[in-house]
Design a protein around this ligand. Structure first.
Ligand SMILES: [Fe+2]
Length: 314
């Protein structure tokens, strides 16, 4: 974050280099589930953010995807990279898929092989031209996804296509002092972990690939006391109110109740600091509750609760 000239955030790690997370066999299993007729027919949506996305399917029809993103090993690897212990935000954010396929349309999806296949390289002159375009791309013109902040603190973007011959397709990050830097995209089975809520970023256009499938899971700090600036602005357009409001409310109420329990037990430990007999002004001994700190903490919880209400989907 310091290198990006950004402050705030919940970890010193802004964005990681790509690192391997899943084997080719695991990638094939993930693809088998997200390229199934059931997921493609019942769990895909399109929005201004991405033309074709798969959402909310893992708990119903993709046990491998669900198990992958809730496994302790994967959470440990992602947390280690992020520099802070993370958990998925809510079930309905597990394994969000962005599909861009060689052969568009429903039949194109169903004909896409489950095994990630090395895509042919374009002729040399086309490659050179594409490289020029990609080098010049600063994320200001046509991009796959325009500059934005994510809705949740951290994100893990996993590549499920063999993009060896891809040109461009990086993530552009806007630094605190106005520069644009490009973060290299992951190769098949690899992922990038990014603090997307706190960094303005854009997905640059990829050249020279027909197929590009990424799987995105969003995370927040496991520790309930860590700042959580989550919102749902990019989530409303791709969600059904009923399910979203239920999971959102549950996650916020559980997190708040954990916070209150931590604060209460901290106070409980200070009990012995209370004097047995108050002196004349009733303020004997050391101050057990720091009024200024407690007031600020209460204000933070009030605004967290207000934001919980504001983000409910009408
Ligand atoms: Fe993003």
């Amino acid at each position: 974050m310091a290198e990006l000239a950004l402050d705030g955030g919940i970890s010193p790690v802004g964005v990681t280099a790509p690192f391997p997370l899943f084997s080719r066999e695991a990638v094939t299993e993930l693809r088998r589930e997200i390229l199934s007729e059931e997921v493609l027919d019942k769990y895909t949506v399109s929005s201004y953010i991405s033309a074709f996305q798969g959402r909310e399917y893992p708990q119903h029809v993709a046990p491998f995807v669900h198990a992958a993103w809730t496994s302790p090993e994967v959470l440990a690897a992602v947390s280690d990279a992020a520099g802070i212990d993370l958990v998925p935000v809510m079930d309905l954010e597990l394994g969000h898929v962005n599909y861009q396929l060689a052969q568009p349309g429903r039949d194109g999806f169903l004909n896409t092989p489950h095994e990630p296949w090395a895509q042919p390289s374009a002729p040399e002159d086309q490659r050179r031209r594409a490289q020029e375009l990609a080098d010049a791309d600063k994320g200001e013109g046509a991009t796959n996804v325009m500059f934005h902040h994510d809705s949740y603190p951290f994100v893990c973007v996993l590549m499920l296509s063999d993009c060896e011959n891809m040109i461009g397709g990086e993530t552009a990050l806007r630094t605190g002092d106005g520069r644009i830097v490009k973060a290299r995209g992951p190769s098949v089975g690899s992922c990038v972990v990014m603090q997307g809520r706190h960094i303005s970023h854009a997905a640059l256009r990829a050249y020279g690939v027909g197929e590009r499938i990424t799987m995105v899971t969003s995370f927040r700090a496991r520790d309930p006391m860590v700042h959580d600036g989550s919102v749902l602005s990019t989530i409303h357009p791709v969600s059904k109110a009923n399910r979203l409001n239920y999971q959102w409310s549950m996650y916020r109420l559980k997190l708040l109740s954990e916070r209150f329990a931590v604060m209460a037990s901290q106070l409980e430990k200070k009990k012995e600091l209370l004097p047995a007999d108050d002196d004349d002004d009733g303020r004997g001994g050391s101050e057990v509750v720091n009024v200024e700190e407690m007031s600020q903490w209460i204000d933070e919880q009030v605004s967290y609760l207000a934001n919980t209400k504001m983000q409910l989907m009408q």
